[in-house]
Design a protein. Structure first.
Length: 106
């Protein structure tokens, strides 16, 4: 049974809160939409629920820095920097900042 988009109070739905929590780190919307347990618990199409979060401003596209920080450990970032002859020493935030500069110049 599909829920009515306008009448659903997702803030009172533990399933919808669980869905939103899947995006604490950048994740592929397509991948999360395929989680069968969420579709069953939501009682609506997962992609529709995700779109509601986007429409309500609850989900936004992550920045490049947020994506890199969430998806990569420090060693792969250091390796990329070394390949481009950039300094690969510092904390993760500093390394990510160098990657952002690299992308801006390319």
């Amino acid at each position: 049974m599909m829920s009515n988009y306008k009448n659903l109070d997702w803030k009172k739905s533990s399933a919808h809160i669980r869905l939103l929590s899947q995006f604490n780190k950048p994740h592929s919307r397509k991948r999360v939409a395929q989680y069968e347990y969420l579709t069953h618990d939501l009682k609506e199409n997962t992609d529709h629920a995700i779109q509601r979060f986007v429409d309500n401003g609850m989900l936004t596209q992550p920045t490049l820095a947020e994506t890199i920080k969430a998806l990569y450990n420090k060693p792969p970032i250091e390796e990329i920097l070394r390949k481009h002859n950039l300094r690969a020493i510092g904390d993760k935030s500093q390394l990510v900042a160098r990657l952002r500069l690299l992308k801006q110049h390319n």
